[in-house]
Each structure stands twice: as structure tokens, then as C-alpha cells.
Design a protein around this ligand. Structure first.
Ligand code: HEC
Length: 165
């Protein structure tokens, strides 16, 4: 085989290999954990162990991305635009002399709006990551584990947070 022929074969083989890798990659359902370091912190809630709610105990810090911010400020029941994402950064807390200190990540639940793709759950895709670890998704049934509790909040498009000034 001449050098030129070999080069060609190599290039073709590599292209096929690269394409196979791309095809084998998991479908992106838009529910990956985003980098929300510089999103808008729009709400917070401290849930203690005494809560009768089933919400995870800890400090809940609610972030929204740029896409949904204006809609959150407006309020009301109008649907959020597709691409809106909410992240709930749930932190452990420790009490020291009556002060609650923020600790490490317990879980990171998130919601992404795609009215068509997630039509069965109010247009929202739900996922949650244990410890904020992208390898530890914990939602297998969004309807039961998440939407059942969010659905009654129709007056805010199935979300709880309001914009606090
Ligand atoms: C028992 C009720 C309940 C269940 C079940 C529930 N949530 Fe929530 N969720 C809440 C409440 C109450 C808030 C607002 C307070 C907070 O957490 O800070 C909230 C807030 C959120 C927010 C911030 C946006 C908003 O609505 O204000 C996200 C994101 C979220 N939840 C995702 C999830 C995911 C993902 C699941 C499933 C793993 C889930 N939730 C299950 C009650 C629930």
C-alpha cells in the first residue's frame, strides 16, 4: 500500500470511528446538571428536620437561568419560555450558637422547560442529582417523584418560587 493510500484509509477509518462514537453517545434530554455558578439566585428556604413537608431538610437555594428570569419577575400563570431552567441547590446546614451555616451539597433537583417534549408533566422535565454529582441522577419517574407535588401550583406554571426583591 502506498503512503497516500494508507493515509486515505486511515482518514476514512478515523472518520467512521468518530461517527460511531458520536452515535453511541447518550441522547441529550436536556436534563444534565448545568453549571449554575453565575445564574440568578432568586429565592431561598431553610427546611429543618421538624418540617412535616417531604422536602429535603437543608438550605434550599433556588437559581434560574437568564431565559426564564423576566417571566419569573412578571409572575402569573403564563407558561415559562422553552429553555427556562430552575435549579434547587440543597445544602446541609450546621447550627453554631444559633447561626445556621451553609454546608456541602445534599441534592440538586432541577427543572427544564420544553413544552412539547415534557407535555405530560406540565412542560417541565425533572431530574435531581444526589450530592450534585452528575453521575447520580435519582429521578426514574418524574410524574410520581416530582410532578405530582408541583402540578397543583398551576397559578405559577407548576412552580413554587416567586421573585423576591
Ligand atoms: C412534596 C412536594 C414536592 C416534591 C415531591 C418535589 N418538589 Fe420541587 N419544590 C417543592 C417546593 C415546596 C418548592 C419550593 C421551595 C424550595 O424547595 O425551595 C420546590 C421547588 C423546586 C424547584 C425550584 C423551582 C420552583 O418550583 O420553585 C425545583 C427545580 C424543584 N422543586 C425540582 C423538583 C424535582 C426535580 C423533584 C423530583 C425529584 C421535586 N422538585 C419534587 C415541592 C416538591
Amino acid at each position: 500500500m502506498s503512503r497516500i493510500q494508507f493515509g486515505l484509509c486511515g482518514a476514512v477509518a478515523f472518520t467512521c470511528f468518530a461517527a460511531a462514537v458520536l452515535w453511541a453517545a447518550p441522547v441529550d434530554d436536556g436534563l444534565k446538571i448545568p453549571n449554575f455558578d453565575h445564574w440568578y439566585l432568586v429565592n431561598s428556604m431553610l427546611v429543618t428536620k421538624e418540617t412535616p413537608r417531604s422536602a429535603a431538610a437543608g438550605l434550599h437555594l433556588i437559581y434560574i437561568n437568564e431565559r426564564g428570569l423576566e417571566r419569573l419577575k412578571t409572575g402569573g400563570a403564563a407558561p415559562y419560555p422553552d429553555g427556562t431552567m430552575f435549579v434547587d441547590d440543597v445544602r446541609d446546614t450546621s447550627e453554631v450558637d444559633g447561626a445556621y451555616l451553609q454546608g456541602s451539597r445534599k441534592v440538586v433537583p432541577l427543572m427544564v422547560k420544553d413544552a412539547k417534549k415534557y407535555a405530560l408533566t406540565g412542560g417541565w422535565g425533572f431530574q435531581a442529582y444526589g450530592g450534585g454529582d452528575p453521575q447520580k441522577p435519582i429521578v426514574t419517574d418524574a410524574e410520581k417523584q416530582c410532578f405530582a407535588c408541583h402540578a397543583p401550583e398551576k397559578m405559577r406554571d407548576s412552580t413554587f418560587s416567586t421573585y423576591l426583591r
